[in-house]
Design a protein around this ligand. Structure first.
Ligand code: PHE
Length: 466
């Protein structure tokens, strides 16, 4: 039985939904930390190059595959008459699933901070780092405290996602984005002004603008690739799902450029806001792993701002929207697959996925601060290692599944389905796509070779950056 597929309602609906998927915790929670660890200016430059030369062609490809096949990520390849490439979809869905497990938990932390700024900003201000660790459970005098607060808020956040997904694509996702995205952008600009004018912040700005070749290592490139794909929501076949809801009247290439630009702008804004506030408030010595940046460093900014508490609440509310729209895209892609591949109804599939995800995500939250549960990893440089479970989840997706799925998509589009078909799909709305040759070159040679080298190098050398 042919089910009627949902569609975005018009232009704005799609751009905002896809941009909503792209802009999320990756931009605000992950990017600044990576940019710092990756050496500042050098990282930004590599990041930009990757977005332009790998990110844009890959997003075009995923959207075109999705729209041409009109189906979920696994069946997409079958519908395009190449069932043997369905593995790309499988890697995508499984990767999306693992990401969602922890993404939804971090979303829960954001929700926690909305309430923290509403009810007890003084507690956050007085010891930002302690407050953060407290939420995550911690070890003190030989006792381990379970991260109850974080886990409860994660459950709430996941429930919110489930409600939106069960209500369906158009009504749920689009509504969130129409207000949330522009509002987030405006607020970031306000925060940027505050952050860079804090005493001591200039050092952070300088750091992000300075280009120090000696800090530009292979690790930086690996980290930038993982981060760029993650941030653009590509390499997980999410854009295949979203493309399948896109009508043939819309322009794929214009939308792609717009989405990539918006996503990158938000990441850059967040980078400047957060790195300058870290320098100004915590001091560069406190820049450890990037994980807590968005939670810890901003306390000092809000504290020193008139109406800081209100700004704090608004900021975390908007971050919550951004996280929600990204998380929804992840779950939506998995649910679309489950309901079309198995005879499951939408509600059952959504609830099942959400509960399962929540449980696995608990391991992520629990291993952030308190519990010593380990994963297992192997690379040539370090041999067998046992990283904390939370890092293990991110390694799996960022270093293996995302690049493998992206590589598969390049090979599929460049050599199997062929660039002519991608381009025909891109031009289905009758707007000419002028960069056909460049696109073919990138998708057939440059992107796959670059991704392959990075995949191999990350396995050969290991990397200190996650
Ligand atoms: N791009 C989203 C972000 O930056 C996260 C995400 C990853 C969403 C993968 C969908 C797929 O937060």
């Amino acid at each position: 039985m042919e089910k009627q597929r949902a569609q975005w309602t018009g232009k704005v609906g799609f751009i905002l939904a896809a941009a909503g998927s792209a802009v999320g915790l990756g931009n605000i929670w992950k990017f600044p930390g990576k940019a710092f660890e990756g050496g500042g200016g050098g990282f930004l430059l590599v990041y930009l190059l990757i977005v332009i030369f790998l990110g844009i062609p890959l997003m075009l490809t995923e959207l075109a595959i999705g729209r041409a096949s009109q189906s979920n990520v696994v069946d997409a390849f079958k519908n395009l008459k190449h069932k043997e490439y369905s593995w790309i979809g499988w890697v995508g869905v499984i990767g999306a699933f693992i990401i969602t497990c922890y993404y939804a938990h971090v979303g829960g932390w954001v929700l926690r901070y909305v309430f923290s700024y509403l009810t007890e900003p003084a507690a956050v201000y007085s010891d930002p780092l302690g407050y953060f660790y407290n939420m995550l459970g911690y070890k003190a005098e030989g006792m381990t405290f379970f991260p109850l607060t974080a886990v409860l808020f994660a459950a709430l956040f996941i429930a919110l996602n489930a409600v939106v997904i069960i209500r369906g694509v158009e009504s749920g996702i689009e509504k969130f984005n129409k207000i949330g995205m522009p509002a987030l952008f405006l607020l970031l600009i306000v925060l940027l002004v505050r952050a860079v004018t804090l005493p001591g912040a200039q050092e952070g700005v300088r750091y992000l603008l300075s280009f120090d070749l000696s800090r530009l290592t292979f690790d930086t490139v690996i980290a930038a690739l993982g981060q760029a794909f993650y941030s653009l929501s590509i390499g997980m076949a999410i854009m295949i799902t979203y493309g399948s809801y896109l009508s043939r009247e819309e322009s794929i290439h214009k939308n792609t450029v717009l989405i990539c630009t918006m996503d990158t702008l938000v990441a850059m804004l967040a980078g400047f806001i957060i790195i300058s506030s870290v320098f100004a408030t915590l001091g560069s010595g406190h820049i450890g792993k990037g994980g807590g940046f968005a939670f810890v460093s901003l306390a000092g900014v809000f504290e020193q701002m008139p109406g800081g508490q209100l700004f704090g609440v608004i900021f975390y509310l908007l971050l919550l929207f951004a996280a929600l729209t990204s998380c929804i895209s992840l779950i939506e892609s998995i649910v679309a697959f489950l309901t079309e591949f198995f005879p499951w109804d939408r509600k059952r599939a959504t609830i099942g996925v959400c509960v399962f995800m929540f449980l696995i995500g608990c391991l992520y939250t629990a291993t952030q601060a308190a519990y010593p549960i380990k994963g297992i990893w192997f690379d040539m440089a370090n041999g067998l290692t046992f990283p904390p479970f939370c890092d293990f989840m991110e390694y799996l997706t960022d270093r293996i599944m995302i690049p493998v799925c992206a590589l598969g998509s390049c090979i599929f589009a460049g050599w199997v389905w062929k660039p002519e078909n991608v381009i025909a799909e891109i031009e289905a709305d009758n707007t000419p796509f002028r960069l056909e040759k460049t696109y073919s070159m990138l998708i057939r040679y440059i992107a796959p070779v670059a991704i392959l080298i990075i995949l191999i190098m990350s396995f050969a050398t290991g990397t200190t950056l996650s």
